[in-house]
Design a protein around this ligand. Structure first.
Ligand code: HEM
Ligand code: HEM
Length: 219
């Protein structure tokens, strides 16, 4: 009997990013729903720093986290749908579309939150004072719309992961937790990790942005 070979697929920062996004997204939602705006702003601002980190990591991070690795043209998506694309570690060309949409909507959600104000102007994002009140109300409206879109998209995302698990018999969740996957037969395309100093740099920029926003908004 041959031992199961597990190929490294996701680096630690990408996995940490994902599960922190899940926790903070749910927390931000709950805090807004139960009107704990102080907690909502703290978790939202933390998410802004986390997204800044992920954007940087998309250029200097481990190979499978890089945008250049998974942002592909329509040809690659069609090839994947026809079953012609090679099976390689990382987001597949179709899944990558939902990843880009999720990251994009999270950016809209947090970006508008920074400038949003409620109707009496008492609950405001840390940058709302930089713009007219009416404009910050528009930001709040977009914040509400993008939240609904995000809920649908995140729901679809989880259903897609379950579809792979149940119908395709392919477990994508364990690799997002442990970092490795046994579904690959050769190690040619396996994850190439980035050096630690790059993580320190990206994390420092993300943390710096969140820290500045906390200070600026005096949350
Ligand atoms: C418990 C629920 C969830 C599970 C089980 C889950 C699972 C996964 C898995 C397995 C992947 C990797 C997909 C692949 O192999 O290509 C992934 C990626 C991703 N998920 Fe989730 N997810 C969950 C909730 C969420 C939520 C709520 C959000 C955002 C609101 C989210 C945002 C993302 C993003 C942005 C990526 C891409 C990760 C990256 O490359 O940085 N996920 N998720
Ligand atoms: C993914 C992260 C976020 C989620 C899921 C989220 C979700 C929500 C929801 C559901 C509401 C209530 C909307 C309503 O009752 O009409 C809300 C309001 C608000 N959020 Fe966020 N938010 C997020 C990030 C942020 C960030 C980063 C900030 C600013 C730092 C922020 C600032 C605000 C403000 C000021 C309001 C009040 C606006 C109003 O009442 O019209 N949010 N958010």
């Amino acid at each position: 009997m041959t031992a199961e070979r597990r190929v490294p697929v996701w680096d630690i920062p990408t996995r940490l990013f994902h599960w922190l996004v899940v926790v903070l997204f749910l927390f931000s939602w709950g805090a807004a729903k139960y009107h704990h705006m102080d907690l909502h702003l703290i978790s939202g601002i933390t998410l802004v720093g986390l997204l800044a980190f992920r954007l940087i990591w998309g250029f200097i991070g481990g190979s499978t986290a890089r945008f250049a690795h998974f942002v592909r043209g329509p040809g690659a998506v069609l090839g994947y749908l026809r079953g012609k694309a090679p099976h390689r570690p990382g987001h597949n060309p179709l899944g990558a579309l939902s990843v880009i949409a999720l990251l994009g909507l999270l950016l809209v959600q947090t970006g508008t939150g920074l400038f949003a104000s409620d109707t009496d102007g008492l609950e405001s994002g840390p940058l709302a004072s930089l713009i007219e009140f009416d404009t910050s109300r528009v930001a709040a409206k977009i914040h509400g719309v993008s939240f609904n879109l995000l809920l649908w998209l995140a729901g679809f995302h989880v259903v897609a992961v379950l579809f792979y698990l149940v119908v395709r018999r392919r477990d994508l969740v364990t690799p997002m937790i442990t970092g490795s996957d046994s579904a690959y037969t050769d190690r040619e395309d396996e994850l190439v990790r980035a050096p630690v100093w790059r993580f320190v740099l990206a994390a420092a920029v993300g943390a710096g942005i969140s820290w500045w926003l906390y200070r600026h908004g005096a949350v």
